[in-house]
Design a binder for this molecule. Structure first.
Ligand code: FAD
Length: 443
């Protein structure tokens, strides 16, 4: 078989290596429009903040390494610009030579990712100091700008997880940081009362927080930001992180069926509406694991998982992808915020009946030094099904959310959380772990 893959990072690179492991004969060609493959997107903010010191640490695989290790044909600076499903061929633009050529396929996998939303805000095009962060060149540009200009005040627009990570990392560089968020809270995966902890943490670190406020225009080449409230912010550097949309420019060239937010529709085997064309990762619509409703959840775990599964499908193996739960974590200075499943806000929108349980346990036994409070929330359906969980605290937060995420994946009811036997010693937990406490309360 001749298998072509579009996109060489999370989903695409995973699919390529799994395809090779399953079949030594297949011809596998991977096209990446940028210069880098298999890099660590999730580490980009931390190199801006010099927490990850070496840029090379972000490059998980080199083209040469991956080609020789896996016998792949990897073509960087190669943008796939159209697909002809009738001829089963793609057209590729080589950005180095500006030449275009065609390549035929038996199977085609799309993993083109997502793109940062850039709304048509007045003055955005003239602003020289406004950046988005999606890949290595974006990161290099931000770092170079900070180095070459006298940046003192940085503004982050959008308080999702990339925005919050950038706030922390710009603060790490000693800059004054201000955060503008249109909704009443940061971190949209959390409910309002949980997000308050993050607001307090941002205040504690001197971050100026502008909630319920959006940008209406950039003035003076981006040095001034005008907000809806008529507040004017001075800004030497601005990061626009108001969300992403599926990258479906290519999908539109062959009329692939699109769904939520324009994401590519796929079936349970990641097949698109055109034969022998598969799609995975941030570009696709997925089923919400809670109620199987169509949604778009751009995260690294799903992209990696789907990359492996699509390779299995192409090699005739049966797969089961149980929908995306949206399990995620973010570090916000000393705090960790993590969640899985649906929030109360989403459940209300979907009109799913639920009960919310709040607990505020210690991260480990109170008598062992360093115990700190966690704020935890469990959302439970009337039949005991766990619909979602959220936690914010300094220690042990990700562990608890991961245990609950695991329980949810295997269909445990809320009261069954009481029977999970977790590892316990006083520096780590309590003999009745917070996860167990949820079970006792739900019982
Ligand atoms: P990507 O990994 O984005 O890869 C898509 C690739 O396709 C790109 O390199 C692009 O250049 C290429 N491409 C697109 N169109 C074409 C074309 N026509 N021809 C050729 N190549 C093309 N997720 C988490 O779960 N946790 C985190 O902490 C986290 N942190 C993040 C931090 C940042 C700054 C960013 C940007 C993302 C972060 N993510 C995180 C999200 C995670 O990186 C993505 O969910 C994941 O990379 C999606 O994988 P993908 O294969 O769909 O797309």
């Amino acid at each position: 078989k001749k298998i072509l893959i579009v996109g060489g990072v999370a989903g695409g690179a995973t699919a390529a290596t799994r395809l090779r492991r399953l079949n030594e004969q297949d011809e596998i060609i991977l096209f990446e429009k940028g210069e880098y493959i298999s890099f660590a997107n999730c580490g980009l903010p931390y190199h801006v903040g010099n927490v990850i010191k070496e840029r090379d640490d972000l490059l998980l695989q080199t083209v040469e390494g991956m080609q020789s290790q896996y016998g792949l044909d990897i073509r960087i600076s190669s943008e796939v610009i159209s697909i002809d499903p009738e001829k089963k061929a793609i057209t590729v633009l080589n950005h180095q030579t500006q030449e275009t050529y065609q390549e035929s396929y038996d199977k085609l996998i799309l993993s083109p990712g997502a793109k940062a939303i850039k709304p048509p805000i007045t003055g955005l095009n003239e602003a020289k100091n406004v950046f988005t962060l999606r890949n290595i060149p974006d990161m290099d540009q931000i770092k170079a700008y900070i180095k070459q200009h006298h940046v003192q005040v940085a503004t982050v627009i959008g308080g999702g997880f990339i925005g919050l990570e950038m706030v922390e990392n710009l603060h790490e560089l000693g800059l004054d940081v201000q955060l503008v968020e249109m909704s009443p809270q940061v971190m949209p995966t959390l409910d309002q009362e949980m997000a308050q902890q993050l607001h307090a943490q941002l205040n504690l670190h001197g971050v100026s927080l502008y909630l319920n406020d959006g940008v209406t225009s950039f003035q003076d080449a981006g040095n001034e930001i005008i907000l809806a409230s008529r507040t004017t912010l001075q800004s030497d550097l601005t990061i626009l992180s108001i969300g992403v949309l599926p990258e479906t420019t290519l999908a539109q060239t062959c009329d692939l069926e699109l769904g939520v937010k324009g994401a590519i529709k796929v079936n349970e085997n990641f097949e698109t509406s055109q034969q022998d064309i598969y799609a995975i990762g941030d570009a696709i619509e997925v089923k919400d694991a809670i109620d199987q409703s169509p949604t778009h959840i751009p995260l690294a775990w799903p992209a990696n998982r789907q990359g492996r599964l699509v390779a299995d499908v192409i090699n005739g193996l049966a797969i089961e992808y149980r929908g995306t739960q949206g399990t995620s974590a973010a570090k916000v200075f000393e705090l960790t915020a993590a969640s899985t499943g649906n929030s109360e806000r989403i459940l209300k929108n979907k009109k799913i009946a639920y009960q919310a349980i709040h607990i505020h346990p210690n991260s480990h036994a109170g008598y062992y030094p360093g115990a700190s409070p966690m704020h935890m929330k469990l959302l439970v359906a009337t039949d005991g099904t766990i619909l979602g969980a959220q936690a914010v605290g300094t220690d042990g937060v990700d562990k608890r959310i991961d245990v609950i995420a695991t329980a949810m994946r295997f269909g445990a009811k809320a009261d069954e959380l009481a029977s999970i036997e977790v590892a316990y010693a006083s520096p780590y937990s309590s003999a009745k772990d917070p996860v167990n406490m949820f079970g006792y309360i739900a019982d």
